[in-house]
Ligand binder design. Structure first.
Ligand code: A2H
Length: 259
């Protein structure tokens, strides 16, 4: 953050079924709509269990190709993408066709590229609320990998525990056993779960400890981690990261996004 450019992988999660609250706002859209989270950990995408939005954030649905492809992202991300040749409309041009809040889309079912949890969730994973999503970063959409991201793990546990408070179905948050993707010498093969439990982090509001856990998880995963799942099993995380990223880009399921 601050100086320098962050190179994200922007992933395309196709909408399979809209939440009831979103339905009236998306009526009349022909073509595919994708939720587009920005991630720094493409090598973990096998373990996506949910996709998070900020419930109070306003998002738009932006036209990529008329009657074919649309992106659900923040206005800020749409503006940035318009200067990265991501929308074909022309330099700096983008078109919003609908406006929704994060709360409107909670419960929507999306298909997440590479994730083993699509099968477990009846063809997709759920859009759920995360209070700590920043409108000012990435696309405002965050894909959740609770095996390797302490923030994602703590949020998921809180959603399960307080499903009623969050106005969600408990079974949307509960996914059963997590998928071990990366083995590390210090934290085992479910790094985020290990750190959250070891540091006794009990809620997504433990921001200071979560920041520390995130730092430890990221460093250990990147420098010491070895892939134990997927096509690149056996390779180091450092080697596998660009390979998974390129595979997702080549298959049309992701693209490069910088800010
Ligand atoms: B990462 P940086 Cl497995 N608000 O993806 C809050 N968090 C956001 C966000 C936003 N608007 N946009 C992206 N992010 C998250 C995977 C992951 C991530 C794992 C482990 C660590 C990790 C699955 N979630 O990030 O501030 C996204 O979560 C820890 C660095 O630009 C994205 O990558 O450095 C990361 O934060 C981008 O954070």
């Amino acid at each position: 953050e601050g100086v320098g450019v962050q190179e994200y992988t922007a992933l395309k999660l196709e909408v399979k079924e809209w939440a009831a609250k979103a339905q009236s706002k998306v009526d009349g859209i022909n073509g595919k709509v994708f939720f587009v989270p920005a991630t720094l950990r493409p090598e973990t995408m096998y373990g996506q269990t949910h996709c998070f939005v900020g419930p109070a954030i306003t998002y738009g649905i932006y036209e990529v190709v008329k009657d074919e492809t649309y992106f659900f992202i923040s206005e800020r991300a749409a503006r940035n993408m318009a200067y990265q040749s991501i929308f074909p409309a022309g330099w700096g041009q983008y078109k919003k066709i609908a406006s929704l809040t994060g709360a409107d889309v909670v419960g929507t079912l999306v298909h997440a590229p590479l994730s083993v949890f699509n099968e477990r969730g009846g063809g997709g994973i759920r859009i759920l609320p995360m209070e700590s999503v920043k409108a000012s970063k990435g696309t405002g959409v965050v894909t959740s990998v609770p095996s390797d991201s302490p923030d994602d793990y703590a949020t998921m546990m809180d959603l399960v525990k307080k499903a009623e408070y969050y106005g969600i179905k408990k079974e949307w948050a509960e996914v059963g056993d997590l998928l071990p993707i990366i083995e590390t010498p210090s934290y085992g093969n479910l790094t985020a779960k290990f750190l959250v439990e070891k540091m006794k982090i009990s809620s997504p509001k433990d921001v200071k400890q979560l920041a520390e856990a995130k730092d430890l998880a990221y460093k250990e995963g990147f420098y010491q981690g070895k892939m134990i799942y997927g096509e690149f099993a056996g390779k180091s995380v450092e080697e596998a990261k660009p390979l998974v990223r390129q595979q997702l880009i080549d298959s049309g399921e992701a693209f490069a996004y910088a800010e």
